[in-house]
Design a protein around this ligand. Structure first.
Ligand code: KG4
Ligand code: ZN
Length: 360
């Protein structure tokens, strides 16, 4: 009797899974936990039903993300965040067809929380898991349904700028991407955050520099630009240059930073954006491509967005700027990236583990 019962259970489970894969609408739960944001999102096809993000304030006082604290906070946040995402989407847990999660790159302890949670939940629900590269997620956020925004067409070039990465990506298809330029040291987000730290601002400094720069003169101070070959970037020299500049000026006026904070922020921001665009323009023109996108946390920067629009007009590029909420880390972008893996039947095994270094 045992054998036929096992066989019947197997046939039922197989049929259930087959029917789910064959149905037209696909509902995916996305989970993101690569750095200091715990996020869960439900998407139906390319439409976002919910996108819940729990940010970790704890790192502010340390001037940067503390990996051990980040993974502990993810452990506390993940269950309530997923729960709220499902409730907000107004679906039942059994409607979920697959769980997509960030398997890398990022902080290992943080990635392990999302990866283990996704694996355990999928096992319980008997649904497949999808491993998503965080950097694919940033780029593919451009394919989230949005009535105010046209989706890019392939091939296009995406400048992906975050706290950990700075990449010029040649996007040939949803999951076919080539990094043609990258940073050889710090990322653009790090350049913002480290500069902010030198100015005594809290973490993350990027949004604070953006805000203060709005009332400053971007041409007041100038900083040296790196000389790197090809489409690669370097930002570590800028930090040293800013440090030396501040030390020099503080000798003359101890309140130099306080008295000139807006102009300093605007000048730093302009330098970072100039560096980014010099290489981006070269890459776009040499590849003869006229569709250009920006993605990642730094793409939330108001001046970077404005620069893409103005350069786009000047150079007849079709430009793509992600919605603010899909620029910084979020699970909606992981879910949408998961969708393209799903459509290719590209599922991960339960034996998968997170990896802090993962190439796109
Ligand atoms: O993509 P993201 O949320 O996380 C990573 O994958 O790293 O990017 C975070 C980075 C941080 O360095 C943060 O300072 C920067 O994005 N950032 C900004 C702005 N908003 C976030 N940088 C400049 N201006 C902003 N408005
Ligand atoms: Zn990111």
């Amino acid at each position: 009797m045992v054998f036929p019962t096992i066989l019947i259970i197997f046939v039922i489970q197989f049929t259930q899974r087959y029917l789910k894969l064959a149905k037209k609408d696909i509902i995916i739960l996305g989970i993101e936990s690569s750095c200091d944001d715990t996020s869960a999102s439900i998407i139906k096809n390319e439409a976002i039903y919910s996108n819940v993000i729990a940010s970790q304030k704890i790192h502010e006082e340390y001037g940067g993300v503390v990996p051990e604290l980040a993974s502990r906070a993810h452990q506390q946040n993940i269950l309530p965040v997923v729960d709220v995402a499902i409730k907000k989407a107004n679906i039942s847990i059994s409607d979920i067809d697959a769980i997509a999660f960030t398997s890398g790159p990022g902080l290992l302890g943080s990635l392990i929380v999302g990866t283990s949670f996704a694996k355990a939940m999928a096992l319980g629900l008997n649904i497949p898991i999808i491993s998503v590269n965080h950097m694919h997620g940033h780029v593919l956020a451009h394919f989230i349904d949005d009535k105010d925004k046209e989706k890019p067409t392939f091939p296009f070039i995406c400048l992906t700028v975050s706290g950990g990465h700075t990449q010029i990506v040649l996007v040939k298809d949803y999951l076919e991407m080539e990094v043609i330029g990258t940073t050889i040291d710090d990322a653009a987000g790090e350049a913002f955050d480290k500069s902010a730290k030198l100015l005594g601002l809290s973490y993350p400094g990027g949004p604070l520099i953006d805000k203060m720069a709005q009332s400053g003169n971007p041409n007041k101070y100038s900083f040296t630009k790196p000389k790197v070959t090809g489409y690669d970037y370097s930002f570590s020299g800028l930090k040293t240059n800013i440090l030396q500049f501040l030390n020099r000026e503080k000798k003359k006026d101890p309140d130099f930073i306080k008295n000139n904070i807006n102009d300093i922020c605007a000048s730093i921001q302009k330098t970072i954006i100039d560096i980014l665009f010099d290489k981006l323009i070269e890459a776009v023109e040499e590849h003869n491509i006229n569709e250009v996108a920006i993605a990642g946390g730094v793409s939330a920067n108001s001046e970077l967005r404005a620069r893409l629009v103005s350069e786009g007009k000047k150079r007849e590029w079709k430009t793509h700027i992600p919605k603010f909420e899909y620029s910084t880390d979020n699970a909606a972008m992981i879910a949408i990236a998961g969708r393209y893996h799903f459509l290719k039947n590209d599922f991960a095994k339960q034996s998968i583990s997170a990896s802090s270094r993962l190439n796109i």
